[in-house]
Write a protein that binds this ligand. Structure first.
Ligand SMILES: [Zn+2]
Length: 238
């Protein structure tokens, strides 16, 4: 898969950029090169990757709604996500965009993390659709969550970190769950997680690449389980 890499090319250097195969995107009003350009390393040495503010065109900002829920990632998909496929500076652009458009307010519990810091700062949570027929994990939305909501969302990880009680209390408070409702929600989401963890999933982050963000690491489906296992083993060794 080739992607467009947007470049910061000053007007007076456009002819040199052209000789390296750079092209002008008239919609975005930016110079770009294809990720398979044979001169890519020379181009990136000479011109910076575009660092403008971004917009995630094609994202479904209603996906999953805005109610807090347990949204565990299948174990076969652990450690391979948007963040692991793009440059750290691009990840910063993505998450800062998500925080700014939410006015630094958690999109689930509505706490403003600039005014009240007890819930921690904002964190970017990737919301995925799981195509159970094609076995594809598709990025649909990136939502700004405070640390407490993010911790409750990843209830399995909270358990590993010894934070189950804290995560459950916060979820119960935000959703107004009774003890039985909380138990039912946990059981339902655990069953779904166990089912989905039984499969390998193809990663689809096309809403990232389609918005001109360079994919620096293409993760093959068959590599994902190995990456997950290696990282879990690594974590255990720490
Ligand atoms: Zn929150």
């Amino acid at each position: 898969m080739t992607t467009k890499i947007l470049l910061c090319v000053p007007f007076c250097e456009k002819d040199q950029a052209k000789t390296y195969g750079a092209k002008w995107d008239s919609d975005l009003k930016k110079w770009y090169v294809s990720s398979d350009n044979i001169h890519l390393s020379k181009i990136l040495e000479r011109w910076e990757i575009n660092s403008d503010a971004i917009d995630l065109i094609g994202e479904d900002r209603t996906f999953g709604g805005n109610a807090l829920f347990i949204d565990m990632i299948p174990s076969t998909c652990w450690f391979t996500n948007v963040r692991s496929c793009i440059h750290p500076s691009d990840w910063d652009r993505v998450r800062n965009h998500v925080y700014e458009r939410a006015s630094y307010t958690c999109e689930c519990c509505n706490i403003n993390t600039k005014e009240k810091t007890e819930n921690g700062g904002l964190e970017a949570h990737e919301r995925w659709e799981y195509d159970d027929i094609e076995k594809t994990q598709i990025l649909r939305r990136i939502i700004a969550l405070c640390h407490q909501c993010h911790q409750s969302t990843h209830m399995g990880l909270a358990g590993i970190l010894g934070k189950s009680g804290e995560a459950e209390t916060h979820l119960q408070k935000v959703r107004g769950f009774t003890t039985n409702e909380l138990k039912l929600h946990k059981n339902t989401t655990s069953s779904l997680w166990r089912y989905r963890s039984g499969f390998s999933w193809r990663l689809d982050i096309s809403i990232i690449s389609q918005n001109g963000i360079r994919i620096i690491k293409n993760i093959k489906t068959e590599e994902r389980l190995t990456i997950s296992n290696n990282n879990i083993d690594g974590s255990r060794n720490v």
